[in-house]
Design a protein around this ligand. Structure first.
Ligand code: TXA
Ligand code: MG
Length: 328
């Protein structure tokens, strides 16, 4: 099968919806990253997502829906969910809720909960609408990369990563947000943020009017379980601002070729260098594309300058930390 990338015009979106309804997979853009989508109500289609992604079982998929009305089919809807949906949907927020027993469990693995998200990207919304007209209840979609690798924020990234395994790809251009959605678990007594993303902890707490717990602080995972994520093939190091220049110089003196992403050290100091923006949003948007470019540069080491410890940098900091952990 050869790879088919199509501009996401109305005809291509209609074709993609038909394919989903037939149980086939489709790659589509969202405002966060590209998703590898399947009919969430079709067990075989969902199994194919796990196969292509090479994703181990026990990592449930997010089900994408048009709005809160569609979400109510899948989950026990709560007042908290309603508040958050009003504040942030459509947008980069996934809510983990108790799954309704009547709703199919295919997308959820062994979980009694379900992750739901209404994406904001116009192509994702048009696809959800067209699929709903064909009777679809939701699109189960992980990021359209192989398990543990860098998420795709351009159609070309999906082609590079999935190759001939890629199904029809709707090209909607570069993703605006560039990092995955924030995941908030509302199935426990208190709200817990499972993954930082496009919506910050402070924004969630403000919308809910109550404290939101950070999983990394309040319920740390077993070491290493999720750390092997967002990994380039080239070893990646995070280095403090004050030490970047000296560190790069040392590595090069030792004969290593260095690819650098830095806000303060000029690109010319390294074998391959890319400037990092001082703006957290812009950096998030460029993050995965930059990691891919640095990885392709054929260097021995990727050096990335640590980003500020302020809330708006949280998602980028989290992904960089994981990329570094995965290559150590
Ligand atoms: O921005 C995004 O969320 C993108 C786009 C495509 O929407 N999707 C995405 O999916 O990042 P994926 O599969 O790469 O990451 C989904 C994460 C996984 O870490 C999974 O464990 C968690 O969501 N998740 C999904 N359902 C869950 C549930 N019921 N309970 C806990 N975690 C859940
Ligand atoms: Mg992913």
């Amino acid at each position: 099968m050869s790879v088919v990338v199509r501009p996401a015009d109305p005809g291509a979106i209609e074709e993609a919806a038909l394919r989903l309804a037939r149980g086939e997979l489709v790659v589509f853009p969202t405002e966060t990253v590209y998703g590898l989508g399947a009919d969430a109500g079709n067990a075989d289609a969902v199994a194919a997502v796990y196969r292509i992604k090479q994703r181990p079982p026990g990592h449930p998929l997010i089900v994408h829906v048009l709005d809160d009305a569609a979400a109510r089919y899948w989950a026990d809807w709560s007042r908290r969910a309603q508040r958050l949906a009003e504040a942030f949907w459509p947008g980069p927020l996934t809510l983990v809720l108790k799954r309704r027993p009547e709703a199919p469990a295919w997308a959820c693995g062994v979980e009694t909960t379900i992750g739901l998200r209404a994406p904001a990207h116009p192509v994702a919304r048009a696809l959800l609408r067209a699929f709903a007209e064909l009777g679809g209840r939701g699109i189960a979609a992980p990021s359209a990369n192989r398990f543990g690798r860098i998420s795709p924020t351009r159609a070309q990234h999906v082609v590079d990563d999935l190759g001939d395994d890629a199904p029809l790809i709707l090209d909607g251009g570069p993703c605006e947000v560039g990092v995955e959605s924030s995941i908030l678990d509302l199935s426990r007594t208190r709200p817990v943020l499972l993954r930082p993303g496009g919506v910050t902890l402070a924004q969630l707490a403000a919308a809910l009017g109550e404290e939101v717990l950070d999983r990394d602080v309040h319920a740390p995972r077993a070491p290493g379980t999720l750390d092997a994520h967002y990994a380039p093939a080239t070893p990646l190091e995070l280095v403090d601002t004050a030490e970047v220049a000296a560190h790069v110089a040392r590595l090069r003196e030792a004969g290593l070729r260095v690819a650098l992403w830095s806000r303060t050290v000029p690109p010319a100091n390294a074998d391959v260098g890319l400037p990092m923006s001082g703006n957290a949003r812009l950096t998030a948007r460029e993050l995965y594309d930059t990691l891919r470019r640095l990885d392709r540069a054929g260097c021995d080491r990727i050096v990335v300058e640590r980003v500020p410890r302020t809330p708006e940098w949280w998602a980028v900091r989290d992904r960089l930390r994981r990329a570094a952990a995965a290559s150590s």
